[in-house]
Ligand binder design. Structure first.
Ligand code: C6P
Length: 411
């Protein structure tokens, strides 16, 4: 069991007053807060070790390189990749997915090939594929979402065919709060010799992950959604693909030798990492991995499940409140998207903020899904390891007050 109240002490930012109320931070799907240990690791890197990596022979450069590469090894272990050569540091999930679409797409997708995605994808897992389809005259196909908010697996079986070159699906939705059956989808993709690309931005921070067990070809995630700083993320890719792919960016760090008119690339993973990387970010991500490991991902997953079991029925009981995604708490991650009848989600989020409750309102960068659900926007609350049942109570209470205020003009 997680002691969230104790863990909160690791996150001083949570202990503040917003609009005269103590802060309840429920916007974790957008970004999570960072524990002291991660912040301190980054500060001491800058205070004691700061130097560029992979180039210098002086002591600081060696220390910086050692710490940066040690972070890569931590990430490798965290997602159970075979080797660090398969762990590429990126700016985040978006960059990682763009790299796959550009580099793998250019190398392996031909005119007439099909790219299969779903209606619940984040724009980062839609737009790069649209662009690839345009460049290559390939066909973009969608798997629908069932009435109760799951990926339509019957349709997946029909959409993934011998024409499919790539299947790209979120491991967990940032709106519906469902976890998709990635191993099964990977099996379907591989039966047709298609590559399986996974947007794991909303999965890796919340549940134990084993990329070898899932057998995925590419797996993308962001540091800032898992207690690490912004500007650092990861692309896991199978060596057999990465070796055949061209880098997306060119310059320093990624070359083996540069002649005036020709160049050769260095080995994996650095072949893809042109320029001075986000060294402090990488080291911060390593520290975040340590922090999450200490708590245990299985426990974090369990904790979020408990919060959803506690909060969802209370939200469902509020008259005029619609929840998007599965109705059974057991099928939900810590992400709950909803609307209040007759109220604009931005007004609801502003009213909740007045009660100290931070949630997100908008399309959540998932416009195809919202169009599919026939709504313009939703409110979204999302839990993480430091949230408590009291936070859920405050959310429910604030929603009830908001409703009361807009209906009767008084609290
Ligand atoms: N979703 C949200 O509030 P970046 O911005 O590259 O770190 O992550 C992009 C991304 C990709 N896939 C999924 C499923 C995501 O949820 C996100 C980021 C945030 O839902 C910001 S839009």
């Amino acid at each position: 069991m997680i002691n969230a109240k104790k863990l909160r002490q690791d996150f001083p930012i949570l202990d503040q007053v917003v609009n005269d109320e103590s802060l309840v931070y429920l916007d974790n799907a957008a970004t999570t807060q960072k524990p002291d240990s991660v912040l301190q690791t980054m500060v001491s890197y800058y205070q004691e070790d700061n130097a560029n990596v992979h180039r210098g022979v002086h002591t600081l450069a060696e220390r910086a390189t050692e710490k940066y590469e040690a972070a890569r090894e931590k990430v490798r272990q965290f997602v159970h990749a075979r080797e660090t050569a398969e762990v590429l540091f990126t700016r985040g999930t978006t960059t990682a997915l763009n790299w796959v679409a550009q580099s793998f797409g250019d190398a392996f997708v031909k005119e007439g090939d099909e790219i299969v995605i779903s209606y619940m994808e984040h724009h980062s897992n839609v737009v790069p594929w649209q662009q690839l389809a345009k460049r290559k005259r390939a066909v973009l196909k969608y798997i629908s979402v069932t009435e109760d908010g799951f990926l339509n697996m019957e349709e997946a079986k029909q959409q993934i065919t011998e024409k499919t070159a790539i299947v790209a699906i979120a491991h967990a939705s940032n709106v519906l709060g469902v976890v998709n059956p990635i191993a099964e989808l990977t099996h379907l993709a591989h039966q047709q010799q298609a590559a399986m690309v996974v947007d794991a931005a909303q999965a890796v921070p919340h549940m134990p992950v084993d990329v070898q067990e899932l057998d995925v070809d590419f797996y993308a995630f962001s540091g800032h959604k898992m207690c690490a700083p912004t500007g650092i993320g990861v692309l896991y890719g199978k060596r057999k693909w990465l070796e055949q792919m061209e880098p997306v960016e060119f310059g320093g760090e990624m070359i083996d030798f540069v002649h005036p008119y020709e160049s050769t690339w260095t080995e994996l993973p650095w072949k893809f990492e042109a320029g001075t990387p986000n060294i402090a970010g990488g080291i911060g991500l390593g520290s975040a991995v340590d922090y999450l490991n200490e708590i245990g991902l299985a426990k974090i997953y369990q904790h979020e499940k408990e919060l959803v079991h506690y909060a969802l029925p209370q939200l469902q009981a509020i008259d005029g409140l619609t929840i998007y995604g599965p109705t059974n708490p057991g099928d939900h991650t810590g992400v709950i998207a909803f609307n209040l009848e007759g109220l604009h989600p931005h007004d609801v989020a502003t009213a909740l903020d007045m009660e100290g409750v931070a949630v997100r309102a908008g399309h959540h960068c998932a416009q195809p899904l919202l169009e599919y659900l026939n709504v313009n926007a939703t409110v979204r609350a999302s839990f993480y390891l430091y949230n408590t049942k009291e936070d859920a109570d405050r959310l429910v209470e604030a929603i009830k007050m908001t409703k009361e205020f807009f209906e009767h003009g008084t609290f």
